[in-house]
Every structure is written in structure tokens, then in C-alpha cells.
Design a protein around this ligand. Structure first.
Ligand SMILES: Cc1ncc(C[n+]2csc(CCOP(=O)(O)OP(=O)(O)O)c2C)c(N)n1
Length: 176
């Protein structure tokens, strides 16, 4: 059983599931350090349930694939999202100028947008309706009605799937 892409962190829970399902067989879990950090409690479960799992962690001490993505746009991993704008040579007000260099940046969103999504969820008395789902700020903005700081509602995740990954030219029309 292996993960071929997208949501990381499932390796150790899957190993738990395999070991519970097949008590008479040894399970070998091959897991990277970054992915493991998402579901470390699985190690506790393996011990508590006396599961026959051998976990091998590949420790490169990094979210290496993300360093590669940042490197492509000349940025480095840093504590402040604003550093991304500095790498592009733009500010919050002039961010669209970076689109000339990285066209798909047209459908980016600000950290405030994610913050507004978190605030909307935190103040929703019926927040349990989202339980177990993977949510995006763009989709939540449609439901809760909040906007990004520029007054638009970027739907970056839908854009990535429908435009960028589909190999279409950069165009955020209909996506913000
Ligand atoms: C649930 C989830 N959150 C965030 C991400 C974004 N993401 C993609 S790769 C990655 C880091 C992976 O690090 P690691 O597993 O150590 O592999 P490495 O890149 O170092 O080879 C992250 C956080 C994701 N894919 N899935």
C-alpha cells in the first residue's frame, strides 16, 4: 500500500490498519520524517496494541520537496509568509506585478484569507458539519462569504486543478 501523491501523513496509520487486519503478518512501514510528523500518534497505537510493525523513517531533516518548490521562485523557507513577496520583489499592494514572472501566481491568496477561513470556522456553532473533510479557504469563502484583503475570493485550489495542472495558460477569470 503506498501513497502516490497529495495528502501526506497516512503512512503510519495505514501500517496500523494493515497490522490490525493481518495479525499474523509482519508489517514494514517505510515513512519519511515530514510525513511522519502528521500522524506520530500512530507509533503510540502500534505499541499500545502490540502490533507487529517495523517502522523505518527516512530522515532528511526537511520538507525537501517544498524547498524545491520555493527554490523555483527564488525563495527560501522562512518564518514569515511576507518573505515570499520579498523574493518576488513586490509588496502586498503591488503583488500582481509578480504575475509577469510567475503567471500562475495570479490566483494566489494572502495569509489573511486563510486566517479569515479559520475565524469563520471557529465562530460557526455548526462547525462539526465539516468533520473529517479536507477544506480549502477558497471553498469556505463561498460558504461563509468572507473575502481576501483585496475584496476578491480566490479559489486557488480549484484553479490549481482546473488550470495549472490541466496545462492551461494562466488566467484567474472565474477563480477569484
Ligand atoms: C496533508 C498535507 N499537508 C501538507 C502537504 C504539503 N506537503 C507536500 S510535501 C510536504 C513535505 C514532505 O516532507 P517529507 O515527507 O519529509 O518528504 P521530503 O519532501 O522531505 O522528501 C508537505 C508538507 C501535503 N501534501 N499534504
Amino acid at each position: 500500500m503506498c501513497l502516490t501523491g497529495d495528502a501526506i501523513g497516512q503512512g503510519l496509520p495505514v501500517a496500523v490498519g494493515a497490522a490490525v487486519a493481518c495479525r499474523d503478518r509482519r508489517v514494514i512501514a517505510l515513512e519519511s520524517d515530514g510525513s511522519a510528523m502528521y500522524t506520530l500518534q500512530s507509533l503510540w497505537t502500534m505499541v499500545r496494541e502490540s502490533l507487529d510493525v517495523t517502522t523505518i523513517l527516512f530522515n532528511n531533516g526537511s520538507y525537501a520537496v517544498l524547498n524545491m518548490e520555493l527554490g523555483r521562485v527564488g525563495a527560501e523557507a522562512g518564518p514569515r509568509a511576507k518573505a515570499m513577496l520579498e523574493a518576488f520583489g513586490v509588496t502586498e499592494e503591488t503583488w500582481r506585478a509578480a504575475v509577469a514572472r510567475v503567471p500562475h501566481f495570479c490566483c494566489s491568496e494572502s495569509p489573511a484569507f486563510v486566517g479569515r477561513a479559520a475565524a469563520a470556522l471557529a465562530s460557526d456553532p455548526d462547525v462539526a458539519r465539516w468533520s473529517g473533510q479536507s477544506l480549502s479557504s477558497g471553498a469556505l469563502a463561498q460558504v461563509y462569504g468572507f473575502t481576501d484583503v483585496d475584496g476578491t475570493r480566490p479559489d486557488a485550489w480549484r484553479y490549481i486543478v482546473e488550470v495549472r495542472e490541466a496545462g492551461l495558460p494562466a488566467d484567474d477569470t472565474g477563480y477569484r
